[in-house]
Ligand binder design. Structure first.
Ligand code: NDP
Length: 280
């Protein structure tokens, strides 16, 4: 059996097209969504992500303002810029591209973003709201993961979801979102005794580890849905946390890397910006 490939790129494109229509209406009504992206320093990966976000904004009709700042900017200057964006009524979403260069306090910067404009969902208020199921912004990557599973048409309720990875930006919020969808959730991490055995129990497996091709064929329950969040560069090529070539023979559906979760992250960021503008 060969798994159905979940076309994250295509699904993200559909979402972007839906958003473009919505944004056109909002713009006619004088409420064009605006996103401020703050890029500090010259990390090449961050520069690529920011370019992708700007392009997505252009395509959808969201106004984007990119603030490019030198790596040696002071914490105070960065906080002042965030505050300016908080006050700017034409900006509905603020995204500070992480990681920040050494010497800058990421936590303090995230907490300076107005929770209403925190489209990344990293502000402690939004993290708390997510935990108690009270809305707020949801981190874009886990939101994209759940959306990909939904679009396979398989009901999530009652399924056993195993999330490998417990980071604050992917693993933990993904587990919370699946719990809210009434799945039974197991979270694995580096101290889990037998990760493979846990994974074999998964109807839906989410790999968010950052270890190239860690998840093998014999970790997969036949027919499971496998969502690979990992982005790893091996010999100049992007590979996921799942050994795609062998796992696709056992899984029922699987996301490729690239072209799976990555494009969904950006689509969900665009969606979060539009929703923030609607709330404003
Ligand atoms: P982190 O490094 O923050 O977290 C990795 C997690 O994996 C940790 O919880 C760690 O456990 C766990 N882990 C590490 N090794 C093992 C192991 N051998 N077995 C089981 N668990 C293990 O990574 P992120 O969550 O930020 O990112 C994960 C991956 O997703 C990366 O490849 C990243 O590039 C990618 N990513 C992709 C995005 C996208 O848009 N597609 C967006 C964000 C991230 P412990 O907590 O015990 O250390």
């Amino acid at each position: 059996m060969s798994a159905r490939i979940i076309d994250g790129k295509g699904i993200a494109q559909e979402i972007r097209a839906e958003l473009a229509k919505k944004v056109a209406e909002m713009t006619t009504q004088g409420n064009q969504p605006g996103l401020a992206v703050v890029l500090v320093g010259d990390d090449p990966a961050s520069a690529v992500y920011v370019r992708q976000k700007r392009r997505a904004c252009e395509e959808i009709g969201i106004r984007s303002v990119i603030h490019r700042l030198p790596a040696d900017i002071s914490q105070q200057e960065l906080l002042s810029l965030v505050e300016e964006c908080n006050q700017d009524k034409s900006i509905h979403g603020i995204l500070v591209q992480l990681p920040l260069p050494d010497g800058l306090n990421e936590e303090e910067v995230i907490e300076a973003i107005s929770p209403a404009k925190d489209v990344d969902g990293f502000h402690p208020i939004n993290v708390g709201r997510l935990q108690i199921g009270k809305g707020g912004s949801i981190p874009c990557t886990p939101a994209g993961v759940v959306e990909l599973v939904r679009r396979t048409g398989t009901p999530i309720e009652g399924k056993h979801v195993v999330v490998v990875g417990r980071s604050n930006i992917v693993g933990k919020p993904a587990a919370t979102l699946f719990l809210q969808e009434n799945a039974t959730v197991t979270i694995c991490h580096s101290r889990t005794k037998d990760v493979a055995a846990e994974c074999r129990r998964a109807d839906i497996l989410v790999a968010a580890v950052g270890r190239p091709r860690l998840v093998k064929k014999d970790w997969i329950k036949p027919g499971a849905i496998v969502i690979d969040v990992g982005i790893n560069r091996v010999d100049g090529k992007l590979v996921g946390d799942v050994d795609f070539d062998e796992v696709k023979d056992v899984a029922g559906a699987i996301t490729p890397v690239p072209g799976g979760v990555g494009p969904m992250t950006i689509a969900m960021l665009m969606k979060a910006t539009v929703e923030a503008a609607l709330r404003a």
